[in-house]
Design a protein. Structure first.
Length: 221
């Protein structure tokens, strides 16, 4: 493991241990928690991973999936980012890593960020824009002013076709794509970010080590 990653994980573990508290701060406003039967129905209906869900990197050969419902403005998601990146490196070729957009209503620019990432994904730059959002989160997170122009500069820096980006980022199709992920999350009872699923089961880590442990267990089955 790289020293930079180790340092990031040392900080992130504090956040991970307090994930329950972060969820309390990042609650989805409005709407009741679905009943257990409704959640089971949503899982059976494929709400955790859809055929068009965005995948980081290549699909893993094992069939094991690691899914994260995320909000790019969420500090806990930002803290989890280096953990997930380390997992992607460790389990490359084995585990499929899936992201689902779940911008929370209390974050002014989380929806803008999700649409920017989705627009970039349509030009083959999902990972690059995904990473940029977390790496720059401290620069724009928690701002009450729109950061659409800033996100557009990220697209320019990535060399995207800007006419296409401008059309996509404001399109009904991209908005519906983000909303679809949110609807799936709500049907599953997702109430905060990050929320993780491993092979269709809700995963609630208490320590950084739990991430590798749950994947090792899934791969051993």
């Amino acid at each position: 493991m790289r020293n930079q990653t180790k340092a990031a994980l040392a900080v992130a573990v504090i956040i991970v241990l307090a994930i329950g508290g972060v969820f309390a701060l990042n609650q989805v406003q409005g709407g009741d928690k679905p009943a257990a039967a409704d959640v089971s129905s949503a899982i059976a209906d494929g709400a955790i991973v859809r055929e068009d869900s965005r995948i980081l990197g290549e699909e893993g050969a094992s069939g094991v999936t690691f899914v994260e419902f995320l909000d790019f403005e969420c500090e806990a998601c930002g803290a989890a980012y280096p953990i997930v990146e380390d997992l992607r490196e460790k389990y490359a070729g084995e585990v499929t890593f899936v992201i689902r957009y779940f911008p929370l209503p209390g974050h002014s620019n989380s929806g803008n960020a999700a649409r920017a990432v989705e627009a970039a994904a349509r030009q083959g730059e999902l990972e690059a824009m995904y990473s940029l959002m977390y790496e720059t989160q401290k620069e724009w997170g928690e701002s009450q002013e729109s950061k659409e122009d800033l996100f557009r500069t990220y697209a320019e820096d990535l060399g995207l076709d800007m006419d296409q980006y401008d059309a996509d980022v404001t399109s009904e199709e991209v908005g519906a794509r983000v909303d679809s992920d949110v609807a799936d999350g709500e049907s599953l009872g997702v109430a905060g970010t990050p929320t993780f699923y491993v092979d269709g089961e809700l995963f609630e880590p208490q320590a950084v080590e739990d991430f590798s442990a749950v994947l090792d267990e899934a791969l051993a089955e």
